[in-house]
Every structure is written in C-alpha cells, then in structure tokens.
Design a protein around this ligand. Structure first.
Ligand SMILES: [Zn+2]
Length: 380
C-alpha cells in the first residue's frame, strides 16, 4: 500500500473539559492498483485526488476521516473503476446515514458485476460515506450531526460540513451522474422506491432507467446531497429500500438490479438480462403523505398493508390503550394509494408517523406493476 500525504484538514472544537482544541487531521491518500496496464487505451487517464488511474484499471483511494478517539486513524475508502472505453462518470454513495446497511451490501454486489474490460466510462463508489455512523451503528456522525443535512459543506465548517465538502470536491465534482443509497430511518420500513427532482435536466430519464416501481418526484431537503448535487446540474437519484440496521434481501436485489439497469441505460455496461433491457415501467408521483397516529398507544396493524394498495376508508391499524381502560382507536386511510413506507414501532405517541402513502392518478396500473415487480425480484 503506497500512501502519500496530500493536504490537511483543519478541525477545531471544544472538548469535554471546555479547553479549546486546534487539531489537524491529515488527509492521506492511499492507493491500490488492481488492474494492469493495457496496450490499447481508448479512454484517457483519470485523475482523482492527484492519483492517476489508467483506463481498464481499478484503484482504492483512502480518504482519512477525523478520528473518534483522536488516537486511531480511520480512512474512508473510495473505489474507482476506470473503464477502457470512454463514457459517463457515475458515483454511487452509500451509508451517508451510518445505520442504513442495506446500501453497503448493494454496492458490494454491484462491484461483482463491474467488468473493467467492458466498462465504458468511470464508476466511483463510496460504500461507507459516514464511517463514524457505521462504526457506532447510528444515523449520525460522531458530532451528532446528520451528514445528509450538511451538504454542500464547507472547508472550514463543522466535522459534518468538512466531510460533506470533501465528498463534493473529491467525488461529486468529477461526475456526470450520481446514485445515493438509503433505507428507511430507524424503525421505518420503505418499499423499493426512488426520490428524484425532475427539475434538474436529465434526471427524469436517468431515474426511470433504474426501473424502481415508484418514483417520488419530490422537493429536495435542505442540506441534502441531492439538493447540493442538483444545484450543480448533475442528475442524482436517491434509492430507498428496507430499514435501518437490517438487511432486506428483496430491497437489496431491487437496488442492485436498478443500478445495473442504469449502467445499461447509460451504455456503461452491456447486459444480457432481458429484465434490465426492458423499457422502464416506473410510475411517477408528486404526492405522498405520512398518515399519523390519531392516538397514543400500542399499534396493531390489521392486515398486511406494506407495499399494498389501500382504499380511502380502509382500516389500516388499531391503536390500543396499554392500560386496557380506554377504547381502541382506528387508523383509517384518508385517501387511496400505495403504502410505500411503514413505521415498525409497537408503541406510538399521538402524531407519530405510521404509514407513508403515495397517491397515483391511475392506481390500477401501479398495483399490477408492483405485484409483477415483487414477483420478479423474489425469483431473481
Ligand atoms: Zn438515509
């Protein structure tokens, strides 16, 4: 492993004793060349963080992160697959929320499909963007900040802002497209779905090529990677599937297949799989709403409503008084739609989000496609 110090990050804060600390974290870049020189190169050498990557090779570049205990150095690996042929540059980032582990498994499986000899363009992956959160199995960074509310970040900002700035500068700025992988937050389950903002040119076709059953064409959250990348005019899609801290096989398969579909659509990798080559049937909606608990208590879902079609007036759950004194309260669907997310908590407080319902103009088509999609993915 060849390492070289490239530049340092200045990082200051107060410690528990109240003393002012002025710490410098040195950014070390390591690299590992896994590919071999090739005689004929139709693509140019790609330079990332002063490392030159030859066409037809892969490198792992290590971006050091601020240490948790200030004793042990930790690095954030960035994988660069540089194809022999020219093509788009795409980044795939996962675990921006450190407890969303499905996304890391999706990237691992996608790596297995990348054939450098057949790759056109460049794929840059960050399997673990929030290394502090992954180590601690939490959504947040060690400074309790949410990395996905800290973009585009700042060179002289907080730990979260500096990490966000580094991702924007070292990865995003090189790319033409981006994929950001997530799951539901802790205690929430999401069916496979995309979030995208079609106002960024090129995003609609890019999002549809993922072939997710549902795309939410939604407003961007302040400080999110999606918002920062969109402002640069780079199409970015957010894949959501499964729940925090757990693997969900169907959602992992859906994520892998979606990314391979995107790579095929962008002509970066060929595909013989007819399902990947098929025209997208993704259904787009601008409207979704969380149905909130009408009372506090224990939740008893009445039927399997997750990823299913519900009609206005359907009873989705009962909320029982844990002291068994007051009558139970029904949770009723306020409109027709597909339940794209569900809270998994047994005990809720009035106002807690329970069911995330997306509405569609033509619900029958969506319902049929989701059933077909579930069947396909489960037999994949
Ligand atoms: Zn997330």
């Amino acid at each position: 492993m060849d390492r070289s110090v490239l530049f340092s990050l200045e990082f200051s804060h107060f410690n528990k004793m109240g003393f002012y600390l002025d710490l410098s974290y040195y950014l070390e870049i390591g690299m590992q060349t896994l590919g071999k020189d090739i005689a004929i190169m139709t693509n140019k050498i790609f330079t990332l963080a002063k490392h030159e990557i030859k066409p037809g090779t892969k490198q792992v570049i290590l971006f050091p992160a601020p240490n948790i205990n200030m004793q042990v150095k930790i690095n954030i690996p960035v994988h660069v697959f540089h194809g022999k042929k020219k093509g788009p540059k795409l980044f795939i980032i996962s675990a921006i929320h450190g407890d969303e582990l499905n996304s890391i498994e999706i990237v691992r499986r996608v790596h297995e499909h990348i054939n450098l000899k057949k790759l056109s363009g460049t794929i840059i992956t960050l399997p673990v963007a929030n290394i502090h959160g992954v180590i601690m199995q939490t959504r947040y960074l060690s400074d309790k900040r949410d990395l996905n509310r800290s973009f585009p970040g700042a060179k002289k900002g907080t730990l979260a802002a500096r990490l966000a700035h580094g991702i924007m500068k070292q990865v995003v700025s090189h790319c033409d497209y981006g994929i950001d992988l997530h799951t539901g937050a802790l205690g929430r389950m999401n069916m496979p779905q995309l979030r995208a903002d079609f106002t960024t040119p090129g995003t609609k076709d890019f999002a549809k090529s993922f072939n997710a059953p549902v795309i939410l064409n939604s407003r961007q959250r302040d400080g999110s990677l999606r918002q920062a990348v969109g402002k640069l005019g780079i199409p970015l899609i957010v894949y959501e599937g499964g729940e925090a801290l757990r693997f969900n096989e169907l959602c992992i398969r859906a994520g892998v297949r979606g990314i391979l579909s995107v790579l095929h659509h962008l002509k970066m990798l060929p595909s013989k799989d007819p399902k990947i080559r098929n025209k997208s049937k993704s259904v787009v909606t601008n409207t979704s709403r969380w149905l909130r608990a009408p009372a506090s208590g224990l939740v008893e879902p009445l039927k399997d409503v997750f990823a299913r079609h519900v009609k206005k007036g359907d009873i989705l759950a009962n909320i029982h008084d844990p002291f068994l004194i007051n009558p139970s309260i029904k949770v009723i669907a306020p409109f027709e739609g597909i339940v794209i997310g569900q809270a998994l908590k047994a005990m809720v407080t009035e106002g807690d989000a329970l069911f995330h319902i997306a509405s569609f103009k033509e619900i029958a088509g969506v319902r049929a496609y989701i059933d077909e999609y579930r069947e396909e993915i489960s037999h994949q």
